[in-house]
Design a protein around this ligand. Structure first.
Ligand code: PAF
Length: 289
């Protein structure tokens, strides 16, 4: 039988529970979230359970990764429902800290992962990845897990966290878990809740466009042609604005030079665009055989 989910809002209680687990020699996994949990998040809990004896999930809508005018105030908050889902997924502890617990009065310290944070989604929203790195570093200090799991869906975030973990010497293994998709390919995301039924139909075009671009690149089509086709396809699917569709190095996220990928080239195709009022992102690996 699954153990009941423990729930705490304070760092002191969290440390007491984790301290007991550590004394018992248990391996601890961690899944940071902002709540509004869907199957994608629960699959991260599943991935942590594969290698850990105990799993902690945090639920904290982090204000520093929202700019003024973004959706902080309306971001979906459903703590009781989220905790029921965590319990059903086999998670052991939900850490739901207050803002004061994460950012004590007078806090001045932030984490910036240079370069990687300023590309792609970071370009127009420079505050975003600074806020993510800062909260994840603070959560790592509170939880001190052996393993932390992040979704590959937020691919740039995953590379930034890996880099921060390495640079700051956190002794935490970072796992990137595969994206969970609806039957038509749309990557699950808390922000899919904002899509109207009509937007929802067009939204699956994002994954389809990357999938097609991958097939074209792997068959030898030059990047610029395959990526231009993908952008056109997004417009046909009803995306009102395409922020980018690009082929990058899988870790540095630097744009791969135009032209035909040499045999054996591995990379990541990343796309972002607006469906109605909702910005969607997705990505897919490729390898030129
Ligand atoms: O991916 C998210 O939900 C958030 O960016 C994270 C990692 C929980 C930090 O607030």
């Amino acid at each position: 039988m699954k153990q009941p989910l423990a729930r705490t809002t304070t760092r002191a209680d969290l440390r007491a529970i984790i301290g007991d687990w550590r004394q018992a020699g248990l391996r601890i996994g961690f899944v940071p979230t902002m709540g509004a949990l869907h199957e994608g998040h629960l699959s991260l809990v599943g991935a942590a359970l594969e290698t850990c004896d105990r799993v902690v999930a945090s639920i904290f809508v982090n204000p520093t990764q929202f700019a003024p005018g973004e959706d902080l105030d309306v971001y979906p908050r459903m703590l009781d429902e989220d905790c029921d889902k965590l319990q059903a997924a086999g998670c052991h502890l939900a850490y739901c800290p207050t803002e004061e617990e994460m950012y004590p009065e007078g806090s001045l310290t932030n984490i910036r992962v240079e370069t990687l944070s300023d590309l792609l989604d970071g370009g127009p929203r420079p505050h975003f990845f600074y806020g993510v790195a800062t909260i994840v570093a603070r959560l790592f200090v509170h939880v001190r897990p052996d393993v932390a799991v992040f979704g590959q869906k937020d691919y740039q975030q995953l590379q930034i966290i890996k880099r921060m973990t390495r640079d700051l010497g956190f002794e935490i293994a970072i796992i990137g878990a595969p994206t969970i998709r609806d039957a038509d390919g749309l990557a699950q995301s808390s922000r899919n809740l904002y899509l109207t039924p009509e937007d929802r139909r067009g939204a699956s075009g994002l994954f389809a466009s990357l999938h097609r671009a991958r097939a074209r690149i792997e068959a030898g089509t030059p990047f610029e042609i395959a990526l231009a086709e993908a952008r056109d396809y997004l417009t046909q699917c009803g995306f009102s604005k395409v922020d980018y569709v690009t082929a990058t190095h899988p870790e540095t996220l630097q744009t791969l030079p135009d032209g035909q990928a040499a045999k054996g080239t591995e990379g990541r195709l990343l796309g972002a665009g607006w469906m109605g009022k909702t910005r969607l992102i997705d990505n897919i690996a490729f390898r030129r055989p």
